[in-house]
Ligand binder design. Structure first.
Ligand SMILES: CC(C)(COP(=O)(O)OP(=O)(O)OC[C@H]1O[C@@H](n2cnc3c(N)ncnc32)[C@H](O)[C@@H]1OP(=O)(O)O)[C@@H](O)C(=O)NCCC(=O)NCCS
Length: 155
């Protein structure tokens, strides 16, 4: 008997209200990955904005066999270098047990396709220089342009 394992298809779609529990579980994993503790009101507000069609925040999820295993949170915003809006991919996360099967790639590729449909001038994102796992994927999909992020916080 032929026993080869076939990777089940990964569906990428906009997040729905019914994804809340799955998104929150993945969001917790993402925050742990970055070792940050966000106040509940921030996470609640992020989820509300994801569902609000008038908000610039959007979220797509990766679903495999009915289970949401990854997400990408994005902010679509105006910018000064192009007349069309641009899409900032702010958060990307795939459940540890589901990694290496193409969900992360599929989420970024969905945004690449959406760019034309939505009229975005570009999709962009940043990552920590030492995030080797993410950069292995990103280096196959896009070009790092050498910009470095600086951050000011309230005094
Ligand atoms: C980065 C991340 C989203 C990638 O998700 P993923 O679903 O594992 O990505 P893919 O399966 O599409 O991987 C694509 C490539 O990345 C590499 N890769 C990433 N994670 C891997 C893993 N656990 N096992 C094997 N390869 C992996 C492979 O080189 C693969 O290339 P290939 O398809 O040519 O073999 C995921 O590792 C993750 O959530 N990491 C923690 C959070 C994070 O770093 N987010 C990004 C912050 S900017």
């Amino acid at each position: 008997m032929h026993n080869a394992r076939v990777t089940p298809p990964c569906l990428i779609r906009a997040a729905l209200p019914s994804d809340e529990a799955a998104w929150r579980g993945l969001w917790r994993g993402y925050c742990e990955f970055y070792r940050i503790r966000l106040p509940d009101e921030v996470s609640n507000r992020t989820w509300q904005r994801i569902l609000d069609p008038d908000s610039a925040v959007m979220c797509i999820v990766a679903e495999v066999e009915g289970q949401v295993l990854g997400f990408a949170n994005c902010v679509v915003h105006e910018n000064t270098w192009e007349s069309q809006p641009v899409c900032y991919l702010e958060d990307l996360f795939v459940a540890p047990a589901a990694r290496g099967h193409g969900a992360g790639r599929a989420l970024v590729e969905w945004l690449h396709n959406a760019m034309r449909a939505e009229g975005w001038a570009r999709v962009y994102w940043m990552t920590q220089t030492d995030n080797a796992q993410a950069r292995r994927l990103y280096d196959q999909l896009a070009t790092a342009d050498g910009f470095v992020r600086y951050v000011l916080r309230p005094r």
